[in-house]
Design a protein around this ligand. Structure first.
Ligand code: GDP
Ligand code: IMO
Ligand code: MG
Length: 432
C-alpha cells in the first residue's frame, strides 16, 4: 500500500516534474492534489520537452493512471489544450481522470486575479495571474463551481448566475470594467462537457482502491512548502496547501495511507514573484545561478530570483512535511563556482536564528550566516554514479544531509531522465 508524496521544499520549481518522471516507471498512479495551472513542471526526454501545468507529470507513461484530484483548481481551456498538445505529439492522456469535486477556474477568476494585482501596486504578490487565488477564495466562500456541475446544465447555470450577480456588480461598480455574460460562459464551457464527462470520477474512491490493492500511488505537489497558504511566507504564497499534509486533504486519502514523503530540493534556491528571500543574491553569483540554471518561469517566463541553499528553511520544510528523503536537483549548476555558500542561520538585531523565525519580519530583514564550501569546478553532468562525483561535490551533498538530518537519496545532475545519481542505490518505494 505505498502512497508516496513528492513535495517541493522551497518556493517551487525545485524540479518536481523531473523527479516524478524519474519515479513514474515504478508507480501505477500519479495524482496532482492541489494548485492549478500556476504550476509548470518540466520533463525532458532527449529532444522532447514537456511542460505540464495541470496534467500530472507521470502522464507520458502508458501504464500510469494520471489523476487530477479534488484539491486542484481546473482551467478547462488549459487542460484540453494540454491534452491536445500531448496527443498531437503521439502520447495518450486516455487514462486521465478528474475529480468531480475539483473547482473550475472561471474567466472572472482570471480577471479578478489581474485586477487585484494591479490594485496592490507595489505590494503585488506577483501571482501567475491564472485566477488561482480567486478560485480558491470562491471555494472557501462556497460560491465556487465544480467539475461535476458541468454535468447538469441547470445547476451549472444557476450557480453561475448567482456568482455573476455579485461579480458583475463589483466589476462594474468598483473597477469600472465590463460585466461577464452568463450565456457566453455557458456556451464556452459546454463545448467541454462531452469531453469531460467520461473522465469525471470520485477520485478519492479510486485512489483509495488503488492503495488498498497494493498499488503504488505518487502524490505530486505543485508549488513548494514556503508558498503554502498556511505555513508559507504569507501573503506572498499561493492559495492552496502544497505541504505533504495537503495530499491527504486534496486527494481524499487518510494520513495512515501515506508511506513515504520525498522532498525535492534545488541545490540552491529560487523564487518567482514577491516576498522575503533571505539568501537572495543580487550580485554576479545570483546572475550566474540564473544563467546556468536557466531560471526562467515554466509558466510565466519570468526571471526567477536566485540565491544560496537555505538550511533554516530546509529544516523547517523537513519538519512540516515529515520528509523521509531528499532528492537534490540541479547540482550540476553549482559546478561553476569556486566557493559555494550554505546558509546555516540568520542574524537579526544581534540574535542568531537557527530555527525558522516566528515573526516574518526577521525573514525580510535578516542577514544570512553562511558556511563556505569549496567548489569542485568540473562538469558533473555526465557522471553516472554518485561515487564517481568529485569528492567536493559529494561533500556538499553529505553536508546537506548532516545539517538537515535527512538522507539525500537522489542527486540530479541535468534535465534528462537519466541524469540522476542514487547515493543509496535504487529508491525503494516499498520499504516500510
Ligand atoms: P518544478 O515546477 O518543480 O517541476 O520545476 P520546473 O520544471 O518549473 O523547473 C525546474 C527546471 O530545472 C526545469 O527546466 C528542469 O528541466 C530543470 N532541471 C531539473 N533537474 C535538473 C538538474 O538536475 N539539472 C539541471 N541543469 N536542470 C534541471
Ligand atoms: P511549480 O509547481 C514557483 C508563485 C507565484 C506567486 C505566488 C502566488 O511550478 O513549482 P498564484 O498564481 O499561485 O496565486 O501566485 O506563487 N507560484 C509559483 N512559483 N513555482 C510554482 O509552481 C508556482 N506557482 C505559483 O509566482 O509568487
Ligand atoms: Mg515549475
Amino acid at each position: 500500500m505505498p502512497g508516496i508524496v513528492i513535495v517541493g521544499t522551497q518556493w517551487g520549481d525545485e524540479g518536481k516534474g523531473k523527479i516524478v518522471d524519474a519515479l513514474s516507471s515504478q508507480v501505477d498512479m500519479v495524482v496532482r492534489y492541489q494548485g492549478g495551472n500556476n504550476a509548470g513542471h518540466t520533463v525532458v526526454l532527449g529532444k522532447e520537452v514537456f511542460k505540464f501545468h495541470l496534467l500530472p507529470s507521470g502522464v507520458i507513461y502508458p501504464h500510469v493512471v494520471p489523476v487530477i484530484a479534488a484539491g486542484v483548481v481546473v482551467d478547462l481551456e488549459v487542460l484540453f489544450r494540454e491534452i491536445d498538445e500531448l496527443e498531437r505529439r503521439g502520447y495518450s492522456a486516455e487514462k486521465l481522470v478528474i475529480s468531480g469535486n475539483a473547482h473550475l477556474v472561471m474567466p472572472y477568476h482570471r480577471k479578478f486575479d489581474a485586477l487585484s494585482e494591479k490594485k496592490l501596486g507595489k505590494q503585488a504578490i506577483g501571482t501567475t495571474r491564472r485566477g488561482i487565488g480567486p478560485t480558491y477564495a470562491d471555494k472557501a466562500a462556497r460560491i465556487g463551481i465544480r467539475v461535476q456541475d458541468l454535468l447538469d446544465e441547470k445547476i451549472f447555470c444557476q450557480k453561475l448566475e448567482a456568482a455573476l450577480k455579485e461579480k458583475n456588480r463589483i466589476l462594474t461598480k468598483v473597477y469600472g470594467e465590463k460585466p461577464f455574460s452568463v450565456e457566453e460562459i455557458v456556451e464556452s464551457f459546454f463545448q467541454y462537457r462531452d469531453k469531460i464527462e467520461k473522465r469525471v470520477v470520485d477520485s478519492s474512491l479510486l485512489i483509495n482502491q488503488y492503495l488498498d490493492e497494493g498499488k503504488t500511488v505518487l502524490f505530486e505537489s505543485a508549488q513548494g512548502t514556503f508558498l503554502d497558504l498556511d505555513y508559507g511566507t504569507y501573503p506572498f504564497v499561493t492559495s492552496s496547501n502544497p505541504i505533504a499534509g495537503g495530499a491527504c486533504v486534496g486527494a481524499g486519502v487518510p494520513p495512515k495511507k501515506i508511506n513515504k514523503i520525498i522532498g525535492i530540493t534545488k541545490a540552491y534556491v529560487t523564487r518567482v514573484g514577491s516576498g522575503p528571500f533571505p539568501t537572495e543574491d543580487f550580485g554576479p553569483e545570483g546572475e550566474t545561478l540564473a544563467r546556468l540554471g536557466m531560471e526562467y518561469g515554466t509558466t510565466t517566463g519570468r526571471k526567477r530570483r536566485c540565491g544560496w541553499l537555505d538550511i533554516v528553511l530546509l529544516k523547517y520544510a523537513a519538519m512540516l512535511n515529515g520528509l523521509d528523503f531528499i532528492a537534490l536537483t540541479k547540482l550540476d549548476v553549482l559546478s561553476a563556482f569556486e566557493k559555494i555558500k550554505i546558509c546555516v542561520a540568520y542574524e537579526y538585531q544581534g540574535k542568531t536564528y537557527e530555527v525558522y523565525p516566528l515573526h516574518q519580519s526577521v525573514l525580510h530583514k535578516c542577514r544570512p550566516i553562511y558556511e563556505e564550501i569549496d567548489g569542485w569546478q568540473e562538469d558533473i553532468s555526465k557522471i553516472k554514479q554518485f561515487d564517481k562525483l568529485p569528492k567536493k561535490a559529494r561533500d556538499y551533498v553529505k553536508r546537506i544531509e548532516k545539517l538537515v538530518g535527512i538522507p539525500v537519496v537522489a542527486v540530479s545532475v541535468g534535465q534528462e531522465r537519466q541524469q540522476i545519481l542514487l547515493p543509496y542505490g535504487k529508491i525503494n518505494l516499498w520499504e516500510e
